[in-house]
Design a protein around this ligand. Structure first.
Ligand code: TYM
Length: 373
């Protein structure tokens, strides 16, 4: 069968993503042992998302660590487009960002692009986006960022500084670059065409607000990388350091193939799911199992294509020995899919319960995090 080229853009991820190919295509670097070693030096333990290769590529992450070691101010920047309820996939970059903030004790700028979601989604009104923003904000705070070092803002309520930065950026970006980078066409509305300047703006916000030199690192999934290509092009023209980036793979949906996405709610775990909903989704997940228990015992399963195993491996089972044991007993036919699903379901429920409690508490600290004009 002819292979269909996968698509990875900030708005669409389609097809079987080959991450090695993406490294070449986007011109980013793989995360090397050397970088891992340097991180180990600064942190008490390596985050599971790094150990298990979910964060797999970067741009000048090593130079950002150099800056930290030389005493240059280092900053983190990440974000969320509030187009619906938060799912587990969104938490991946945020959990890693918290780890980096804890490790490097640095400021974090967190952008909520309420303008983007209104402009790019014909079905969403500003009121709906505002509603999602409120809920997403609690999920973000619940991740556990340091309130003394974290500034969360939305484009529509913190417009003045962002717009001031964005116009300066926009002047350096031609329509032809925007079209080539983001695929805009004659039918794109003009807000969409300007928007990349709004997402680039926080790369330089700290410098703009404080007149201080700073080196920014952006943790996110690889779909957001096109924005940083533009931001890095304009940075020297504006007298700023180029932002560095560290990029994750996509956690898959619970079906067969594709990233976890809000548009496929039955295969996404939302943080707003009840325990029962989450358990039902896990129980219906795609596995690498054989059609019958007998065949499974005889021929073994295939953990390499199993979504349940990939969740345990990527995030939910930090114990290296246990995860290796799961892999080999699945292959050897000693483990049946039901047992594995039970195990994952228990871990997902524990994660959701913990998140719910933190989210409830977050309601009291919105004022500490959210900055407005
Ligand atoms: P959004 O809201 O689509 O996604 C928020 C973050 O989650 C990542 N992500 C995933 N990571 C792993 N697995 C998945 N299945 C998955 N799905 C989404 C995204 O890469 C993103 O990091 N335009 C942005 C908002 C934004 C932003 C930023 C993101 C503004 N400034 C700076 C990152 C960094 C957006 O709509 O993200």
């Amino acid at each position: 069968m002819e292979r269909v080229d996968p698509v990875v853009t900030p708005w669409e991820v389609r097809g079987e993503v080959d991450y090695k190919e993406l490294i070449e295509k986007f011109g980013v670097e793989p995360i090397t042992e050397e970088i891992v070693k340097r991180l180990r030096k600064h942190s008490s333990g390596l985050h599971v998302l790094l150990r298990r290769g979910v964060f797999f590529s970067h741009r000048e992450f090593d130079e950002w660590i150099d800056s930290y070691e030389k005493g240059v101010k280092v900053i983190l920047y990440t974000g969320r487009g509030p187009s619906g309820n938060t799912h587990l996939g969104h938490m991946i970059p945020w959990m890693f960002t918290k780890y980096l903030q804890d490790t490097f004790k640095c400021d974090l700028y967190f952008q909520i692009t309420d303008d983007e979601k209104f402009l790019f989604n014909p079905e969403l009104s500003t009121d709906q986006v505002a509603e999602y923003t409120k809920g997403n904000l609690l999920d973000i705070i619940a991740v556990g960022f340091d309130p003394e070092r974290t500034k969360i803002f939305t484009d529509l309520t913190y417009s003045k500084p962002l717009y001031n930065m964005a116009v300066r950026i926009a002047k350096h970006v031609t329509f032809s670059t925007a079209k080539a980078t983001f695929g805009f066409s004659d039918s794109s509305n003009i807000g969409m065409v300007f928007f990349p300047a709004m997402q680039a703006a926080p790369c330089f916000l700290h410098q703009y607000l404080t007149s201080e030199d700073a080196h920014v690192l952006i943790p996110c999934a690889i779909d957001q990388e096109p924005y940083w290509r533009v931001s890095r092009d304009v940075a020297p023209k504006m007298g700023y350091r180029k932002p560095a980036g560290v990029y994750s793979k996509f956690i898959p949906g619970l079906g067969s193939g594709g990233k976890m996405s809000a548009s496929l709610p039955d295969t996404a775990i939302f943080l707003s799911d009840t325990n029962e909903e989450a358990v039902r989704k896990v129980k219906n997940a795609f596995t690498g199992g054989q059609p019958t228990i007998r065949e499974q015992k005889e021929r073994g399963g295939n953990p390499d294509i199993c979504v349940v195993y990939s969740y345990l491996y990527s995030l939910f089972d930090e114990d290296d020995r246990a995860v290796a044991e799961t892999y080999s007993s699945c292959k050897g036919g000693g483990l049946i899919c039901g047992e594995c699903k039970e195990r994952l379901a228990r871990k997902v429920v524990a994660f959701l319960e913990d998140h719910r409690a933190r989210r409830e508490k977050a309601k009291d600290s919105v004022g500490k995090f959210l900055i407005k004009e």
